[in-house]
Structures are given as structure tokens and as C-alpha cells.
Design a binder for this molecule. Structure first.
Ligand SMILES: [Zn+2]
Length: 144
């Protein structure tokens, strides 16, 4: 039987991931009476990203938005051409072993306020341009 990855939300405003279809309870307040299923994902990685995004507006939206605005105005990437900008972001997300992961890139994108970009999309583009090659399911290395 295929496992399902659900994004569910509680009446208290907390969203979380669940691989079960029944008997969910909130990981924050413990309630099981006000759980709603929002969306179904095909893998755990997409679900975990959706969960982190889903919890932003409810818990730290104002703080995060002002932080993003502040960061954006003095972003060192702003003056760079678009493609160069994206490559710089990916380089920034690369660790000391030269490895790039979805998780590290998602973090950089969030830090830089690039909420319109996704790691999947950027990595996919770079892979097509021959800049990156896949090492395993979640890790890429640079070719140049
Ligand atoms: Zn709750």
C-alpha cells in the first residue's frame, strides 16, 4: 500500500505533516477534534517543505515579513543579473564539501526572502545547464 503524505491543520492554527489518514492529533496543542486535511503530497520531502511554509503565516508572519523587507533592501544579491544571482544563492547553500541539498538551499532562499523561488526549480535549472550533477536523492555537486 502506498504511503500518503498529508498536510493537515489544527483549529489552533498549527499545521503539520501526517502520513496517516485517521487518528491525527495536533503536534502543538494535542487536540484531535479539529484536524483538517489540507493537501496530499507524493513524497515526504515535499510535505516537509509545505509544512514549514504553512506555519510561517500563523506564527511569525509579521516578524518574518519585516525581516524579509529589511534584508531585501540591503541584499547583496540585488544588483546582480538574475542568473548570476541564482547561482550565487546556490553557491551560498553549498557546504564545505561542495555538496548542495534541497534543505540547505531552501534555508538560504528563506533567509534571503526569495519566497518566489523553490530549491527544486533552481536545482533543476542548474542541472539542465550542466552546472550541477546529482549525487543522491537529495544532494548535488558542482561540475564547475
Ligand atoms: Zn492544535
Amino acid at each position: 500500500m502506498a504511503q500518503s503524505f498529508n498536510l493537515v491543520t489544527c483549529g489552533c492554527g498549527h499545521s503539520f505533516g501526517s502520513s496517516k489518514s485517521l487518528n491525527n492529533y495536533c503536534t502543538k496543542c494535542g487536540s484531535s477534534s479539529d484536524i483538517k486535511k489540507l493537501e496530499l503530497f507524493e513524497d515526504a520531502e515535499k510535505l516537509s517543505y509545505a509544512v514549514s511554509v504553512a506555519n510561517i503565516p500563523d506564527e511569525i508572519s509579521d516578524e518574518l515579513i519585516s525581516k524579509i523587507k529589511k534584508k531585501d533592501s540591503k541584499s547583496k544579491f540585488k544588483s546582480m543579473p538574475n542568473t548570476q544571482n541564482k547561482i550565487q544563492l546556490m553557491k551560498l547553500a553549498t557546504d564545505e564539501n561542495g555538496e548542495l541539498t534541497n534543505a540547505s538551499l531552501d534555508k538560504i532562499l528563506l533567509d534571503e526572502g526569495k519566497l518566489d523561488l523553490t530549491s527544486d526549480h533552481l536545482i533543476g535549472q542548474a542541472e539542465m545547464q550542466g552546472l550541477l550533477f546529482r549525487v543522491n536523492e537529495k544532494t548535488w555537486n558542482w561540475l564547475s
